[in-house]
Write a protein that binds this ligand. Structure first.
Ligand code: SAH
Length: 343
């Protein structure tokens, strides 16, 4: 790694944004990684039931929003549950998908064609019509571009990408959330400006109209020191600097930082809690038991899927769930309160 002069390529977040836009537009991401809704229908069914309960607190004309909907599997599983348990609410619901990849938009359209709901696509949350929202996002934040700063004895350097190599450049205006984390010389700090901007927009919306959201992703509950940027190609880890668009680039989500951004914009956050605890609180084990009873031949795969979602060594601990809501609302279902009661 070398220091570089003023013209030293692309800042990491610019490179990562370009690489991921190309990747999602041209590749099948699910050849490289598997997400919770693709692991088991239980994930989307529980989130659908969660939506049915929370929707009742938000008044009429709720926009059901999903950010980064992938193949549309999560929304399809949620809509199947809502059709069954809240059909009258469903009739008054509009569905909004925030998705930048034309290829994945087509997959989502196919997955949702079976439901009697109106679906609209948007490039960003800011394009979704104002008003009450109920939003979910699974593995959306980890795909958003990050910046990386390296602490040195004399100040901060920022990572750039030049001709497939790392380059470092002095940064005159290092963000406060980077400098205040107490890094030692040689240590790296990551920050996700696009994620923060998204959380500010979400926070503003739920403070101005009734609203609630769940952001589920892998990451840390507290803002940490260290680097987590990773690239996967055909399921294998590769350098993050490979040819843009050929690998999926992700980074751990700093949930504390995301919660701070939403709170600054007027929202209240619940959690983050671990995915395993959250899904168990929502009834994951009972749902798996019920599925095994109706289809005993599938019991093995139901149990394997459940274990992947909630197992502490699987997705149960690394993945976290953050709730975001209007300040006047009550705590969201599934988040343990300090006195140990589930609400
Ligand atoms: N939620 C899905 C897919 C996760 S993959 C699942 O759990 O299976 C990340 C998703 O976010 C993809 O749909 C990708 O196209 C979308 N995405 C990535 N960056 C985005 C951006 N900046 N704006 C909107 N969508 C984005």
């Amino acid at each position: 790694m070398s220091s570089a002069g003023p013209d030293c390529g692309e800042r990491l977040d610019v490179f990562m944004g370009r690489a991921n836009a190309l990747y999602y537009a041209t590749r099948d991401p699910f050849a490289d990684f598997v997400t919770a809704p693709e692991v088991s229908q239980i994930f989307g069914e529980l989130l659908g039931a969660w939506c049915a309960v929370v929707m009742d607190t938000l008044g009429p004309d709720v926009r059901l929003v999903e950010v980064g909907p992938g193949r549309g599997t999560l929304m399809a599983d949620m809509l199947r549950v809502l059709t069954r348990i809240a059909p009258s609410r469903l009739a008054r619901l509009s569905v909004h998908l925030v998705e930048t990849s034309p290829r994945l938009r087509r997959a989502q359209e196919q997955a949702l064609a079976q439901f009697a709901v109106q679906v609209q696509w948007h490039d960003a949350l800011g394009d979704v019509p104002e008003g009450p929202i109920l939003l979910v996002g699974n593995e959306f934040l980890d795909a958003l571009p990050i910046r990386q700063f390296v602490r040195t004895e004399t100040g901060w350097l920022e990572r750039y990408v030049q001709d497939g190599q790392w380059a470092l450049q002095a940064c005159p205006d290092v963000p406060l959330d980077v400098t205040e984390r107490g890094a030692a010389p040689g240590e790296v700090i990551e920050t996700c400006p696009a994620g923060q901007a998204f959380m500010r927009e979400l926070g503003r919306r739920v403070s101005e109209a009734p609203g609630a959201a769940l952001l589920i992703d892998y990451g840390t509950s507290r803002s940490c020191v260290g680097e987590s940027l990773q690239a996967l190609r055909q399921g294998q880890p590769v350098s993050a600097l490979v040819e843009p668009g050929t690998a999926d680039l992700t980074a751990h989500v700093d949930f504390a930082g995301m919660a701070r951004a939403a709170a600054k914009a007027g929202a209240v956050c619940d959690g983050p809690v671990e995915q395993g605890a959250f899904l168990i609180a929502l009834g994951a084990i009972q749902r798996a038991d019920a599925l095994c009873k109706v289809a005993p031949a599938q019991a093995g795969s139901v149990r394997t899927g459940l274990d992947r979602l909630i197992g502490p060594e699987r997705m149960g601990r690394l993945f976290k769930v953050l709730g975001v809501r209007s300040p006047r609302g009550s705590p969201l279902p599934g988040f343990l309160q300090e006195h140990g009661e589930d609400t």
